[in-house]
Design a protein around this ligand. Sequence first.
Ligand code: 5AD
Length: 329
Amino acid sequence: MTYDEIIKSLKEDPLEELLKRADKIRREYVGEEVHLRGIIEFSNYCVNNCLYCGLRRDNHRLKRYRMKPQEIINLARNLIKQGVKTIVLQSGDDLAYKRDDITEIVKAIKQEGEVAITLSLGERPFSDYETWRQAGADRYLMKHETVNPELYAQLHPGKTFEGRLRHIVFLKELGYEIGVGNIVGLPGQSFEDLAGDILFIKEIEADMAGIGPFIPQENTPLADKPSGSVELTLRVLALVRIVAKTPHLPATTALATLGGEDAQLKALRGGANVIMPNFTPEEFSRNYKIYDGKTKVTFSRAKELIKKAGRKIGQDIGGSLRCRTHPKL
Ligand code: 5AD
């Protein structure tokens, strides 16, 4: 699809029709399996000040926490015992964990069994990414948030889209499977911007893309802005599947927060093939307040959802499907 066709489709195509088209492509390119990625939100400290995010540096109302490396490793061991095949280690941009701390955590977890590790720690010195890759980290999740450079600069004080892109490209060159993704319904965002996001995901050859609606957080400068729409998020998700074909696409927690189980089920029926259950201990997760009302997608809820959608739980680590040969690729 061309840029103009994507814009037209985003605005005009009936939702049901888009979901159906995406579902067909999902079946053809990605199959029936839904992969579970267990997420551990190990720190909510952040050096950045993103206007939309409750973890922003200037939010002094947030109770901050850091899990100790040994706590993280013990929790990861527990996930592996429960059959989780991918562990996502996520935090704010928290430089208190030094390069070697993360290296030790990655090595210790990789010793526990057949498991893929996704890091989602924000922007770090490039040499850190290199060391962690050598230590066994498989994937890196660094959402591009929006491709509109002006909007990007406005929402991320002191940062640029170009800079973000450099990190993503470098991670790719190191052999990480890369996850990108955008927020839908950011204040000031246009349909043109969203079409750009969809084409970006295709062009960067993303292995994964996380797409969720904007949800205001009370202690941020965007507290009074309206939420993004569940329907528009589902449209973007479906179009990413239609345009980019193979990336892993989660039915995101942000989507569940705004639209409940119904929205997650629609996502699974409209292109999504991943769910990211949350394993952060409650004492910490209640303070991982990226946005208001954040739902906790538990392991059991995730498994039930897959059953309800009539799909199968992924049995292996669920690696990138980007290289899978297909006559139409
Ligand atoms: N609404 C929706 N998504 C948000 N994120 C952060 N703040 C918000 C918000 N208010 C997303 C960003 C970030 C991910 C961890 O959460 O995309 O990369």
